[in-house]
Design a protein around this ligand. Structure first.
Ligand code: HPA
Length: 246
């Protein structure tokens, strides 16, 4: 099965791909264990597309317990070569307010204690280049699809990956802003680094669900899950058109 044009990994609030037709389900085991849930493979227009819900379809797997290696390995095993990661994030800097869509071009990893490599003792040690953490050609395709469909998409940004599952303190977000982060999320790493080690093309489409702690106009605003889900649902209205064009 090598005809999968694109694999999409959905984040918080994104548990299925609207418009995916003729869906087959795969429940593979991999050398890294089981992925977060079933792979749904179907058609978007004329193209075969695979979808996987990163947290499981019932959102039961927290960010630090996701088997990122198994997820990517399962997608690779069914023939995926290009992976578009949908990541629900908080916005830190001005261009990245709630409901914005962004295609980041950089990241900083603040996570800890996660299995972050496919290298195992006794095997080959990889030191992959990661200066550009996202695959330029796939990013360009995402930006072109946004332009074709008139989807408002911020074409840059630095994604800061935090450990979670709690949200950040205002001081942590202030530090991330000083570090140069525009966005904050809990699942961007190790996924991007593993994709590079596995030779997969990988890009992130970030969906801004809320202002990160202290980053919005109302500094002491409390972030609620309902706001997060409402904003993701509203911003996701652009996805079918964008993914169709991609
Ligand atoms: N912080 C981290 N991850 C997130 C946030 C946030 O504010 N919003 C959605 N995912």
């Amino acid at each position: 099965m090598s005809d999968i044009a694109l694999a999409v990994i959905g984040g918080t609030g994104l548990y299925r791909l609207a418009d995916l037709r003729d869906i087959e389900t795969h429940e593979p085991d991999t050398r890294f264990g089981r992925p977060s849930g079933p792979l749904r493979v179907g058609y978007l227009g004329a193209h075969r597309v695979a979808f996987l819900a990163r947290h499981g379809e019932g959102h039961s797997v927290p960010p630090h317990r996701i088997n990122y290696r198994a997820n990517l390995s399962a997608l690779q095993a069914i023939g995926a070569r290009r992976v578009l990661a949908l990541n629900t994030v908080g916005g830190i800097t001005a261009r990245f307010g709630p409901r914005a869509l962004a295609c980041p071009d950089q990241l900083i990893d603040y996570t800890w204690g996660r299995v972050s490599t496919v290298c195992e003792e006794g095997g080959e040690v990889l030191h992959v280049d990661f200066g550009e953490p996202y695959t330029a050609s796939l990013r360009n395709d995402v930006l072109a699809a946004a332009a074709t469909t008139g989807t408002p998409l911020v074409d840059f940004g630095c994604y800061g990956a935090t450990q979670g599952p709690r949200l950040e303190t205002r001081a942590e977000i202030a530090r991330m802003r000083r570090d140069g982060c525009d966005l904050v999320g809990m699942t961007g790493m190790p996924e991007a680094g593993l994709a590079r080690e596995m030779g997969l093309d990988y890009a992130c489409l970030a969906i801004v669900a809320n202002w990160a702690a202290g980053a919005g106009p109302q500094v002491d605003e409390v972030i609620t899950l309902q706001d997060v889900l409402d904003n993701v649902a509203a911003a996701s209205a652009h996805l079918p058109g964008l993914l169709g064009a991609l």
